[in-house]
Design a protein around this ligand. Structure first.
Ligand code: 3PG
Length: 306
């Protein structure tokens, strides 16, 4: 009997786990759960004899993948796979996959929710502002960016996007104005919503130079990865501009410092929660389970990333 490990430090909703298990029951696979584990060594021990693994933001390091002697496939139930050591996966002949698009709406709703929360002064009773007619720049027009744009248009925002990998026509077909350079996006937009992955090109790429181009009332919304922000330069922009606000799903390393100095201008979720909805957990979890069965039974490598 094939064994599948679901290793989720931040567990899926119960309803999602039930449905994921059903997929494996039907395939006659055993499901092993490792939730809310306290030490990375728990993950290393749990992978030892399994055929497949589902993870979320859990760290599939070289140590984990080297220990997984029987592992054939690891699926990140979600979009970003910066938490998988792809080199180690390939070296161990393990196929790595993600489930693009499955949790995107949940992340997009959080991005808009955080924008409104800040625009309305954290619901503290004082007078705020509206997001209607404000300019919003979508930095990277992938699955999440598209949803953010669609929701923002419903709120009457003026939506712009920059994405060098998506054709202008594709962006503009959604009623979103495509801009040619990243600088132009930041120059035009009071709100910027980040949807770039964390990789060697993007790490610390959101810097002082770019942020200082934003117009008055600048608000940066980060539901992507904290690593894409240049934190020293983020502190500098907070120091130099009294109007600058930063909202992030997952606190930056300098969160305590920022909260102490600028509590009214920043908000950080206590735990990464963009994809923390039953719907997203069901969609991404079931997609991951089906991809595992299709790979192990038929060799289907759709959404392979290594
Ligand atoms: C993703 O990359 O899909 C999101 O960041 C969600 O991450 P999570 O599954 O850890 O909530």
């Amino acid at each position: 009997m094939k064994k599948v490990l679901i290793a989720t430090d931040k567990p899926f909703a119960k309803v999602a786990v039930t449905q994921i298990k059903e997929v494996f029951d039907q395939a006659n696979y055993e499901t092993i759960m490792l939730e809310k584990y306290t030490d990375q060594s728990d993950f290393v021990n749990a992978v030892k004899d399994v055929d497949a693994v589902i993870i979320r933001s859990d760290k599939a390091t070289k140590e984990v993948l080297d220990a997984a002697k029987n592992l054939k496939v690891i699926v990140r139930a979600g979009a970003g796979y910066d938490n998988i050591d792809l080199q180690a996966a390939t070296a161990n002949n393990i196929v790595a996959m993600n489930t693009p698009g499955q949790n995107s709406n949940a992340v997009a709703e959080l991005a808009i929710g955080m924008m409104i929360y800040m625009a309305r002064a954290k619901f503290n009773g004082s007078s705020g502002t509206e997001i209607k007619e404000k300019t919003l720049g979508i930095h990277a027009y992938g699955n999440v960016g598209k949803y953010v744009a669609a929701i923002a248009k419903g709120f009457g925002m003026k939506v712009y996007a920059f994405d060098p990998y998506v054709a202008k026509e594709t962006i503009e077909a959604d009623g979103v104005k495509a801009v040619a350079t990243v600088e132009e996006l930041y120059q035009k937009c009071q709100y910027i919503s980040l949807h770039i992955p964390a990789n060697d090109k993007t790490r610390e790429s959101i810097n002082f130079k770019l942020l200082s181009k934003m117009p008055k009332g600048a608000t940066l919304v980060n539901t992507a990865r904290k690593e894409v922000i240049h934190e020293d330069e983020l502190k500098k922009i907070f120091e130099q501009r009294e109007d600058f606000k930063y909202l992030s799903d997952v606190a930056p390393n300098c969160a305590e410092e920022l909260m102490a100095l600028y509590e009214n201008r920043c908000y950080f979720t206590p735990k990464k929660m963009g994809a923390q909805t039953s719907e997203a957990n069901i969609n991404a979890g079931i997609a991951a389970a089906k991809q595992i069965v299709n790979f192990l039974e038929k060799g289907d490598k759709t959404f392979k990333v290594n």
